[in-house]
Design a protein around this ligand. Structure first.
Ligand code: 2PG
Ligand code: MN
Ligand code: MN
Length: 510
């Protein structure tokens, strides 16, 4: 039996991509009619908290993202994110001397094997950074590896769409300056970074990379000329030599290195490639630690994220129910729990899936009604101290770069939040609402030549944080200013009448 104590139980709603900016061009959240979300920000204790850059453990000026956002919300402190740890290893020379890397490269140099680098090619800094590829190329060159193939994944989501040519051009420059490397395949992230479990998409990339099997093109310019659906959906394409034969396939004695630092989207491909190459003699490494089924050795370790909200709830025997759609399910479970795979006894996880094709612009409602249903059901249980849910629409639809669809997503979210707030009041629960990073409050951005382009990526804007009190619950009039996502777990624990975890440096906003 879990207890809910004399203090009120509650609900934590992470509104994905709910950033704050003044009304203006491209601010879909300001345009959307959201009386509930607007109303609670004036009626109840509210503030803005930082969700990007050094405030959460990213490099200064870096946009927030769901992984670090949910990790910091859970951990109650900023955490050095994997991108920062990689950069530190580059800056200190640690990566260059990394024994796993040098050993793999020396074996390639001695045996004539090729290195295959697979990664997202952009500087969006959510999943990868093209400069990390540069460093890996230069290390490979320095260790005498002669054949390095880059299997590029085009972005168009963390950076403006149709900028893949710019980034692939940069990669070609890296080949020239390091003296090593050549593009072998080009695939859109819609295929290579699928995380819906659609293995048919993944298989197209696996076959192109491993077997040189797929659409063919002479060079990336030809690939992009045919990319009618934008950078995300570039058909996995194999580049060919003068005779029209694939430039590269993965052979015995080769090595593969995944260069994305963020794991959640690349791991489906990583697992698929490991399986595909199970009978081959190919060494496989990743830049950071992935949560793959296969055990893939990593070059750079992770920050310790233990001692967060989940550990505190467990220590106090407080039951929580986590709810999210497929897209964000790991974020309210695995990442909120500090990347701890352990399923705690006091936790229940509800994953909302759907057979319908995503079609985010056509169906900006997604399956949020079912998320709300599950939240409301859990809220009605007296053994549940905390319901924690991710409402994904504002971010996921925002990523399409479609302003009008994003307005609809925000308006639909408003209605579902209203349902949840009504249920919270009926069940004596307070509700904390917070964004995990900005997105929909900025839907356009100047392109490389300065003209505004639709932008579906994240932002460095602060995010709203609001506490809607339980009926009769007395709270301060305002929330403390100057906070960050690191203060959310302490706030939740304070509302539950529990102390901070010893590892938390965040402070309650109350
Ligand atoms: O969809 C994703 O993978 C990223 C953007 O690349 O968004 P989020 O961090 O919100 O999951
Ligand atoms: Mn997010
Ligand atoms: Mn996002």
């Amino acid at each position: 039996m879990t207890e809910t104590t004399g203090t009120n139980p509650g609900i934590l709603l992470v509104l994905d991509g709910w950033g704050h900016a003044e009304p203006g061009a491209g601010n879909a959240l300001a345009v959307a009619e959201t009386p509930v979300l607007d109303g609670i920000r004036t009626k109840y204790p509210a503030t803005l908290v930082e969700a990007s850059g050094e405030h959460v453990g990213l490099l200064p000026g870096t946009v927030g993202n769901s992984e670090i956002g949910h990790m910091v919300i859970g951990a109650g402190r900023p955490l050095d994110y994997d991108s920062v740890l990689v950069q530190r290893q580059i800056d200190t020379g640690g990566l260059r001397d990394n024994p796993r890397l040098t050993e793999a490269l020396d074996a390639l140099a001695a045996g004539g094997g090729a290195l295959h680098l697979i990664g997202l090619v952009s500087d969006g800094q959510i999943h990868a950074h093209v400069d990390h590829l540069h460093e890996l190329l230069s290390i490979a060159a320095a260790r005498g590896v002669e054949r390095v193939w880059v299997h590029a994944v085009t972005d168009g989501r963390d950076v403006a769409d149709r900028t893949a040519g710019h980034y692939l051009g940069r990669v070609e420059e890296f080949f020239a300056t390091t003296g090593v490397g050549r593009l072998a395949t080009v695939s859109g992230r819609g295929y290579a970074l699928d995380k819906s479990g659609d293995l048919e998409l993944t298989a197209k990339v696996t076959q192109a990379v491993a077997d040189g099997d797929g659409a063919l093109a002479r060079d990336y310019v030809q690939v992009l000329a045919g990319a009618g659906d934008g950078d995300v959906w570039v058909t996995p394409t194999v580049l060919t030599d003068a005779a029209g034969e694939p430039l590269a396939t993965v052979r015995d004695g080769d090595a593969i290195l995944f260069a994305n630092f963020r794991s959640d989207r690349i791991q489906q491909l990583a697992d698929d490639l490991v399986k595909h190459l199970a009978e081959s003699d190919v060494r496989i490494l990743s830049l950071t630690q992935y949560a793959t089924t296969a055990d893939i050795p990593a070059l750079v370790g992770r920050a310790d994220a233990s001692g967060g909200l989940a550990d505190q709830l467990e220590a106090h025997g407080l039951r929580s129910v986590r709810v999210a759609e497929q897209e964000k399910f790991e974020h309210v479970t695995y990442y909120l729990n500090g990347r701890d795979e352990r399923r705690r006894e006091v936790e229940e996880h509800v994953r909302i899936t759907s057979d319908e094709a995503p079609g985010y612009t056509a169906r900006p409602e997604m399956n949020l009604d079912r998320v709300a249903d599950a939240v409301i059901e859990a809220a009605g249980r007296s053994d549940v101290a905390l319901v924690a849910a991710n409402l994904a629409n504002i971010d996921v639809v925002g990523h399409t770069g479609d302003h009008d669809a994003t307005v609809k997503a925000a308006e639909y979210t408003d209605g579902q939040v209203d349902r949840i707030l009504t249920a919270a009041a009926a069940t004596g629960r307070w509700v904390v609402l917070v964004g995990d990073h900005g997105n929909a409050e900025r839907m356009s951005k100047p392109g490389p030549d300065g003209t505004p382009l639709p932008y579906g990526g994240h932002t460095t804007n602060p995010v709203p944080a609001v506490v809607v009190p339980a009926p009769g619950q007395v709270l301060p009039d305002a929330l403390r200013d100057g906070g960050s996502l690191a203060d959310i777990a302490p706030t939740v624990l304070a509302l539950l009448g529990r102390p901070n975890g010893p590892a938390m440096t965040g402070r309650s906003l109350l």
